[in-house]
Design a protein around this ligand. Sequence first.
Ligand code: NAP
Length: 411
Amino acid sequence: MDTNHIEKHEEDTHLDGGVSERGTRDLQVAAVVNNESEVDSRYEKRSRVITSEELLMVIKHYGLKKDDDDDRDLGVESFFGCGRLWPWLLHKFLNIFFPIVSIILFTFIFPILLLFRLCRFCVRSVFREKLAGKVVLITGASSGIGEHLAYEYAKHGASLVLVARREELLTTVARKAMEIGSPDAIVVKADVSKLQDCKRFVDEAIKHFGKVDCLVNNAGTGIVGLFEDQLCITDHASVMDINFWGSVNATHFALPHLKKSKGRIVVIGSCGGWFATSGVSVYNASKVAQQSFFETLRIELGSDIGITMVTLGMVDTPLANDDFLTEANLKWLPKESVEGCAKAIVNSAIRGDEYLTEPGWMHTVFLWVILLSDLMYLIRRFIVVTSLKTSLQKWKSLNTGSFQPLDLKHN
Ligand SMILES: NC(=O)c1ccc[n+]([C@@H]2O[C@H](COP(=O)([O-])OP(=O)(O)OC[C@H]3O[C@@H](n4cnc5c(N)ncnc54)[C@H](OP(=O)(O)O)[C@@H]3O)[C@@H](O)[C@H]2O)c1
């Protein structure tokens, strides 16, 4: 974990040399347990396991009521007497009527909503955002989707801030983007999983261009392999640090500038966030976390900053290379060209779309997952079984000794 996150956590607990509200309550409990009048702020006192006698002391001190388990023993009288009847009846009522009412409402609302979306799409397609003179910051611009997003934004005349760890590749991308039509492009070597790097590349963008109009959270990575075969589980922390925290960190520092410019955040997510396939458990989880974060941010920000959530299927990039697809048994999924994908993303962002799923047909898979979840589970389970067979055959052809779990880690 980034040390900055640890520092932040410590700050929360020791506000102004004191403790936060939650911290204070924890420490009060610790003080009661330790029979102390003075609150001791050392962590170890708060984190040790308390004995049952000490727990009773705490309950006595705070007058805490014994909870659910004990109430259950009290029988019918308490059920009617303690006010649990009405919540119980309410839930029974909602269990039966809410689905029925929802289905009736859907049949009315859905066609109207579809018509509204169609009209909005037409209007937005005509009045698209003009990118000339705008500044677009792209993370993970040294290869794959990020690189081609840079070329696509360059075609629209946007100035670029290109971020990634491989500086030489970034410089080549920047040069090519300027040949295509970008008036100016700077490169910043940075690691999005490091908080200070995120602050630095936003600062450098502001120093050079004076503003940021669009942040594209694209940098991402993945480790492939069945979860139980993983030899080193801590390797997976980097996936979360880059895919989730990388987007959060960059957004944190860019937010004030995006507010000023009434700008946009483009988030490159994955269909794996809602269509879980085997072999990429932590990667999928990182994309769910990323999506959930930006859905919440969208509600908090309202119309101040637009957010385009992109969920991608399989795109032909160095990340989705043959080794990766073989290990995750995803070779059967048709890949989209990276150029086509980048074009669709930029068109969607300048239309001001809230969501884009690319390729478009993956949208329908979402319906299958929601409506036919059991069947979809069986299909995906079958894929895992065949993938296990493939792994076993591969191992047999490579090894003659005793069985070892396959290290399917891919960097
Ligand atoms: N390809 C697909 O099928 C697919 C499907 C769904 C979603 N996606 C998403 O699309 C995004 C782009 O992936 P891609 O397919 O274009 O893969 P890619 O070609 O491997 O590109 C990944 C980019 O992220 C950068 N990056 C990785 N770790 C970084 C870090 N710590 N700090 C800064 N930059 C970092 C890499 O640059 P450096 O190594 O130079 O730092 C590279 O430019 C990812 O978020 C991925 O999850 C891809």
